[in-house]
Write a protein of this length. Sequence first.
Length: 205
Amino acid sequence: MTGEHSDSGPSDGTYRPKDAITNTINAIMLTGGAGLVVSGVQNTLARENRGLFGVFTRTGGTIGLFAAMGGTYAFIKDASANLREKEDPWNAGLGGFFAGAMLGVPSGRIPRVFGYGAGLAILVATFEGSGSHFRGSRWKEGYIDEIVRKDEIRTTRRRPFEETIAEVGEGRGIYGPGYPERRRALLKEKYGLDIPAKPEKPYAA
């Protein structure tokens, strides 16, 4: 694996620690909600009438399993990244292993625990290694984070204030330095009005 990747991209070169607790809570809420939907489907498809609260009393284990898997994955992934101070697919693979192993725990069989763990670890590590999308790897050398790239474009293509004033003119809240003097001179030249000078406010360039 190549890649000492940080949240701000390889061009930054420094790792930014992750908030494992917050990310874990968000993952539990998200996957728990997905588990609630699946539990509702299971409750609806049951042959006997389980009632409205059957989602929690009969198939509630699905909600707990989904929430536990999501929380375990998020916490292990972020904790591994913080300990290693490196962001790469190994963190996702480790989190995926522990999350997948939870699928085999209810069966009480070790082969299933390791099998589910290894299967999910390979799946999420591969997905993470492809840049969390299917269009290519973001870990390869030369990858530039999209946010960093846009910031560089804004910096390099920013136009000077004087050039903007010359093109669009002054007015509508856009005024260059020395505008009050130029305005007084113009009014005096056209209409003969002598407007007293006021303290000039600073203008943002």
